[in-house]
Design a protein. Structure first.
Length: 136
C-alpha cells in the first residue's frame, strides 16, 4: 500500500469516527504512524485530502457501475464533501474532480429508470446542478 493510500485510509477512518468538523490534518499522519512532513509531501492541506477521498469514491463507483455491482455504490464523500471543498481547491484539482464526476454522471444517466436507481440518480443530478450553479 502506498503512503498516499495509507494517509487516505487514515483520513477516511478519522472522519467516520469523529466527523468532518473534528477532522484535523495533523491527526492523519499520527493515525497511521507517519510524520507530518510525510503527510504534507502527499497533500498540501485538508481540502486536498478531502478531494482525494471524493475522487477515490467516484472511481470506485464508476468501477461498480461498470461491473454491475450496484450494492457497492457509495456517496459518503462524493455527495457530502464535493460541494464543501470544491471552491477551495487549486484549479488542477478542481479539473480532476470535475473530469471524474463527468464520467460518473454519464454512467449514472445510462442506468435504467427504476426504483433501485432513483435515489442515486437524484443525488448525482443534485451535485451536477450545484456544480453548474457554482462553477469555479
Amino acid at each position: 500500500m502506498t503512503t498516499e493510500q495509507r494517509l487516505l485510509n487514515a483520513a477516511k477512518e478519522l472522519i467516520k469516527e469523529h466527523g468532518l468538523i473534528n477532522f484535523s490534518m495533523s491527526d492523519v499522519p499520527r493515525a497511521c504512524g507517519l510524520s507530518r512532513a510525510c503527510c504534507y509531501q502527499n497533500f498540501r492541506d485538508k481540502n486536498e485530502i478531502l478531494a482525494a477521498l471524493c475522487i477515490e469514491e467516484i472511481q470506485l463507483n464508476i468501477q461498480s457501475i461498470k461491473e454491475q455491482r450496484y450494492r457497492d455504490l457509495a456517496g459518503t464523500f462524493s455527495v457530502v464533501l464535493r460541494p464543501l471543498v470544491f471552491n477551495h481547491l487549486k484549479v488542477k484539482d478542481q479539473l480532476a474532480l470535475d473530469h471524474i464526476f463527468a464520467e460518473l454522471l454519464l454512467l449514472v444517466n445510462q442506468l435504467p429508470e427504476t426504483e433501485e436507481f432513483k435515489f442515486l440518480k437524484r443525488g448525482i443530478e443534485y451535485i451536477d446542478m450545484e456544480r453548474k450553479l457554482n462553477p469555479s
